[in-house]
Design a protein around this ligand. Sequence first.
Ligand code: MIC
Ligand code: SF4
Length: 647
Amino acid sequence: MGLTLAEKIIRSHLTGGEFRKGSEIGIRIDQTLTQDATGTMAYIEFEAMGIGQVRTERSVAYIDHNTLQSGFENADDHRFIASVAKKHGIYYSRPGNGICHQVHLERFSVPGKTLIGSDSHTPTCGGIGMLAIGAGGLDVAVAMGGGSYYITYPEILNVRLTGRLKPWVSAKDIILEVLRRISVKGGVGKIVEYSGDGIEGLSVPERATITNMGAELGATTSIFPSDGVTRRFLAAQGREDVWVPLAADPDAVYDGVIEIDLSELEPLAACPHSPDNVKSVTGIGRMSIDQVCIGSCTNSSLFDMMKVAYILKGKTVHPDVSLTVSPGSKQVFGMMAELGILDTIIQSGARILECACGPCIGMGQSPNSKGVSLRTFNRNFEGRSGTKDAMIYLVSPETAAYSALCGYLADPRELGAMPEFTLPDRFRINDNMIIKPVDESESGLVEILRGPNIKEYPETEELRDTICAPCSLKVGDNITTDHIMPAGAKILPLRSNIPEISKHCFTVCDRDFPERAKSMGNSIIVGGSNYGQGSSREHAALAPLYLGIRAVIAKSFARIHRQNLINAGILPLEFVDPADYDTVSQGDTLEISGILSSIDGDGIIPVKDAETGKTFMTKCLLSDRMKNVMKCGGLLKFTKQSLGSEV
Ligand code: MIC
Ligand code: SF4
């Protein structure tokens, strides 16, 4: 039986576990990446493990999220990350060099290699044929130390693309169509593998737009084959030597197939407040808009900027619209200048932002009250923009640019004939903002620079047999990590300070939660399905840990967040019968008993609700490795014990 592309890469990197769907497998990690908002904590953990030099082929620390420096905190964190990188063999991409996923794709990605990153959009590099997976910072720290990364052996979903896109319909519309069809839960437990004759017409940046937003499907990762298009992209990056051809076997067997005829697609938009709330642009109709933001790791390539500039050329942004453009990297920015398209965009009245995440993570450009904002980004969760009642629509760069001129949501197909956009044969290569680490022999001379905002990893506890505690919060379905641990310009600088950041935990849903949880001592959260979707931020587990949360009982969990809970020593329990969710009320005292014997047995754990007197069943299926992690109080302690160092 033939293998899928993902299976081939997994097989060649397998370090443990059975090659069987649903079982836990370990894979060797060739490359890692971190960004600054998750990186400070990841490097605090890496340092706590007492590992000297990284043991990967390439590890890169990017600064791209916390670039608004309105106090000392972010600058201190950047200095800390720079010093850790220099000492431990990690390449350091300075602020201004670009968004981690865009830069990694350009300068470090290698088809057939494995990459994990402390950012959920790490699958961007799947666009070049890497097995690239988002993970919590602690998992990345372990991989930097040479440890395997563990995933549940996923199902492989094949998305077959046929035909060619019509003019002004683009890669963003393809992934929005996939989201429309299978929803933000449709990729959970799956790798999405693209194939079909339609992929030949997609450049690497377009493929990367699609794999990037596979994160919004909840997928473990998404991947494209490595072909002639990949080779040309790498050659233009001066890196043709790393190219290898990669594809699934012709007789590969998939767990599911979705067919999309590209010629049938039209411009789409994800409506508030979920990336899968997708409608056609024409279907939504002429909606007035206040703001348009073009950029983010999803749509900030030179290819995107070329199309945006073509649309804006010689025109002026509508007087009622604020248009911002953030190029994805210094390379993109520089080439925009070289090709003259930067001036075209400036002349149209766009506000040019630095090459960073910026508005995507609420670092500036929060819309006006009830503002309607069109964004080429990947997430439109409520409040993420920094304005609670803003209405965020996710659209393609073509729809965004054309609408910015019209002043309302407009269909770019009205532009008529579209020229052929082709990427240059050679990108401008200047890696002067990527700092190499010192030689191992000199690493002892490098001092680690810690600012006063950098606090230690919070205390964890060994798993108890019984947890008897009140339910401090009950929430509904599709709770995102932006609900649990909001981001934005005010809160992000606290990412290296768990006691402070925990004061903002869940405040989007309930302002009193942090105080209440703290006053309860230990408590339990009850959630609906897909609990913890979105970001890889382990702060969504570490802040609850600090506030005394010992267990989360939910209908189902998002992959990275469930792993982050386990890594933090918080018990993730799933309702066996989802209907039992309705019987629990916030404030009820819940007694979870027989935990230790149950997790070693069938994983079925009874929970008694003291208020209703009812006992309902939950399940917690853990691999042997996860059981040991949970029992000893989380992955940091487990790793330190395995390394034989003091806890
Ligand atoms: C995001 O897009 O939500 C982030 C900010 O990039 C996060 C990481 C973080 O919270 O720091 C992600 O996607 O993992
Ligand atoms: Fe940055 Fe937004 Fe991409 Fe997250 S999704 S890495 S915040 S650009």
